[in-house]
Ligand binder design. Structure first.
Ligand code: FEO
Length: 393
């Protein structure tokens, strides 16, 4: 059996759905699988393939191409060199020896290093350059840092379809070619943005501006379903990349003997009582994707940790490093927790957040179990957060 579903006349989805994948880069959880989308475009004179698939699913791509009785491929456009899209290139070049790889100069260097593709197989394209397939024209838009330095987008002018590779995509295995359940795709796309795109928020915003003038009917990413209502995902991205933050506090925490847990629960209620949305994340068995999503638009993070060997708990260190790497648009941070006989956790944790341009609000780190004065200090911190959020408007 093969699948070659028509996106528009003479444009086919020939990629693979990976229902079983649960981890990406051996780091990122994929609760709903993913897909590696590849698109075949038949012009009146030339045929182009946009992106390939993860090497583990090369056979699916080959089967889908055979099912469409593709006589030849003239160009394989590599929008991005990462192996989940480029990994099947060597096999495709073996099967279609006349095909040339079309990509940015930086992508060429990476593909030669990563996949040992010979130099004479490449055609490099400049930003704004076009390539004719006869009655269809591909326009290449360099879009570096979504999320590697070599990335580009490919716009099919006559059909108003833009192929965006990782940009605007979602890790979601679904049989639908287009988005049918917007709420489900919103969640998957936000998780994807948080884990992959958020560190490049400013660049992503500029890329959104760059494609604003294009007439777009379909956005065809290389993960997840395509968008036949482009404004749905464009509006979501505009919101996530904007400077606006929500009246929300994220509390990643862990507790060893219950003291920090008592503080976290009291503090959570104090914030709710002040009209603030709170999201707690117990780090004993965290879904880091959910934590990353929560960080996309919250105003404040408060780390909750006991003291381990005078420093923070290692799982809180992990959460702090993750937040620092993902560079969310947080405005404020603080720390709550307890110690037995001594702690340097505040200075150590705050030192782990150099990438975040935020204000540290006075932490509440106490000795032993929380007492009346300690709950009072948590009320003071909740008041301060409420006032700071109000000042943001
Ligand atoms: Fe889907 Fe950056 O690869």
């Amino acid at each position: 059996m093969s699948l070659g579903r028509e996106l528009k006349p003479n444009i086919y989805a020939v990629g693979a759905i990976d229902w079983d994948r649960r981890l990406f880069d051996e780091l990122i959880p994929l609760p709903d699988g993913t897909s590696y989308n590849s698109y075949l475009i038949k012009g009146s004179e030339k045929t182009a393939l946009i992106d390939t698939v993860d090497p583990t699913m090369t056979d699916v791509l080959v089967r889908n191409l055979r099912g469409l009785e593709v006589g030849g491929i003239d160009y394989v456009v590599a929008n991005h060199a990462e192996q989940d899209h480029s990994g099947s290139l060597p096999k495709i070049l073996d099967l279609y020896p006349g095909a040339k790889v079309v990509c940015t100069p930086k992508c060429k260097d990476l593909l030669m290093d990563l996949l040992l593709i010979p130099e004479d197989k490449f055609i490099t394209v400049a930003d704004g350059e076009t390539l004719s397939l006869g009655n269809k024209t591909l326009e290449f838009i360099h879009a570096p840092w979504v999320h590697w330095p070599e990335t580009m987008l490919t716009y099919l002018r006559e059909d108003h379809v833009i192929f965006t590779c990782d940009f605007l995509g979602s890790h979601l295995a679904t049989s639908g070619l287009f988005v049918t359940d917007e709420a489900r795709v919103y969640e998957a796309a936000k998780r994807y943005y948080a884990e992959i795109m958020m560190p490049f928020r400013t660049t992503i915003g500029k890329n959104l501006e760059r494609i604003k003038s294009l007439e777009i009917e379909i956005i065809a990413p290389s993960h997840g379903p395509a968008y036949d209502k482009p404004e749905f995902i464009l509006n979501a991205y505009r919101d996530w990349t904007s400077d606006a933050v929500k009246n929300e506090v994220i509390i990643p925490y862990i507790s060893m003997h219950g003291s920090t847990k008592k503080m976290v629960d009291y503090f959570t209620e104090a914030l709710i009582d002040r009209g603030i949305t709170v999201k707690q994340f117990n780090l004993s068995e965290p879904d880091i994707g959910k934590l990353a999503m929560a960080l996309v638009d919250a105003a404040t993070v408060v780390l909750g940790s006991p003291t381990v060997l005078v420093g923070p708990h290692p799982k809180v260190v992990y959460a702090a490093c993750l937040a620092n790497a993902l560079r969310p648009k947080l405005k404020f941070a603080s720390i709550i927790g307890s110690y037995g006989w001594g702690s340097r956790m505040v200075e150590q944790l705050t030192g782990m957040l150099p990438n975040l341009k935020l204000e540290i609000l006075e932490p509440v780190v106490i000795k032993g179990v929380p007492k009346e004065a300690d709950f009072g200090a948590l009320d003071r911190l909740a008041d301060e957060i409420m006032n700071k959020h109000k000042e943001l408007g």
